[in-house]
Structure formats: C-alpha cells, structure tokens
Design a protein around this ligand. Structure first.
Ligand SMILES: [Zn+2]
Length: 193
C-alpha cells in the first residue's frame, strides 16, 4: 500500500518557503512594493495588471509568458508571447489557452498533462512550479519548455515559455536544474608535463 505524503500546511495556500514578488502581467516590470488594491495597473506600461508570483517563477521583460485562469482562459500575455504566438493580447483575452499552445509529444506526457498543470497552478494550493513541453498552435516541430506556477490575485497560472531565444540570466534553482549525468572523469586527455 502506498503511503500518501502528509499534506503540507501553507499559509494562505501559498508556499511560505519561497519569496513572492510583484511584477507586471504584461511587461514584467517589477514592482518593489506591494501595490494598493485600487492601483494595480502597471506604472511602467500602463497596460498590465500587477501580479505576484514566486521569485523563481517571475518572468523577465524578454520572456514570452501568459496568465491563464482556472477555466484555462487567457487573462494576459506579454509582448514576447504575442510575437511568438502571432496573436495580440486583445484578441487572446478569454480564449482557451489550448487554442494557442498545444502539448508537444502528447503521447509522452498524456493529453491532459499541460492542462492539469495549469489547473493545479491556478488553484494555487500546491505552490510548486511545474514544467511541460508545448508548441505554439501555429508552429510544428518546435518544442518549448513551459514553466507553470501560481500567480495572482486573482489566482491564476503563470506560464513562462522558454523559446530558447533568450539566455536564462537568472539563477536556476536546484529544483529546476535537472540532474545531468555528466561524465565525472575525463580520460585520455591528460596534460603532459
Ligand atoms: Zn507593465
């Protein structure tokens, strides 16, 4: 019989171990201070809503990212995502995310993997960061890594796409860094003295 891990107690459903930061849901401009509830429009671009997410999930201004609610409908997208997916934010709002992003290698991860990860993140009770491989609806033969985490308020899923075009400047957390089976011993290349 499998023993289920004990449920973690997390304050407000958010991961209390990670620091949360405010950023703009459109241009990703950071907001050092928590905005007042009545002034959540980004002062930088004037378009996006300020959102909070785990520090290691917050996108940069060059990231293609989307904000998707628990009904899997798009609530916001960055300029990079608009370019990548060939859709303006205005047209994408309230569209099912499945119309813009489809799971890559559906057989490998199951058809529901991507959607399930979004639903869990939008629910916000987990607090962990999930990953899935997706491709844009309009491009075949592309495989992009999507980082899926909780953001809000209101609680939603933040999907950051790694298109491979921008180098990752931020530090990779140990959770994200996949253990690579690198050869630890290099033979046959010893320097002669
Ligand atoms: Zn902004």
């Amino acid at each position: 019989m499998n023993q289920k891990p004990a449920l973690r107690l997390v304050a407000g459903g958010l991961d209390s171990h990670a620091e949360w930061l405010w950023f703009c849901g459109h241009c990703a401009a950071p907001s050092p201070d928590a905005p007042s509830p009545s002034a959540r429009v980004c002062p930088s671009c004037g378009l996006g809503l300020l959102l909070e997410a785990r520090e290691d999930a917050v996108p940069s201004s060059r990231d293609a990212f989307l904000v998707v609610d628990s009904s899997l409908l798009i609530q916001a997208m960055s300029r990079e995502a608009q370019g990548l997916l060939g859709v303006t934010e205005e047209l994408a709002i309230d569209k099912p995310v499945a119309e813009l992003l489809v799971p890559a290698d559906a057989e490998a991860q199951g058809r529901t993997g991507f959607a399930a990860a979004i639903a869990i993140a939008a629910d916000g009770s987990d607090g962990d960061i999930a990953h899935a491989f997706v491709r844009p609806w309009n491009t075949f033969g592309v495989r992009m890594r999507a980082r899926i985490a909780t953001c809000g308020p209101p609680r939603a899923a933040l999907i950051v796409l790694d298109s491979g075009r921008t180098p990752a400047l931020r530090a990779v957390t140990s959770r994200e860094a996949a253990p690579v089976a690198a050869p630890t011993v290099r033979r046959g290349r010893g320097r002669r003295h």
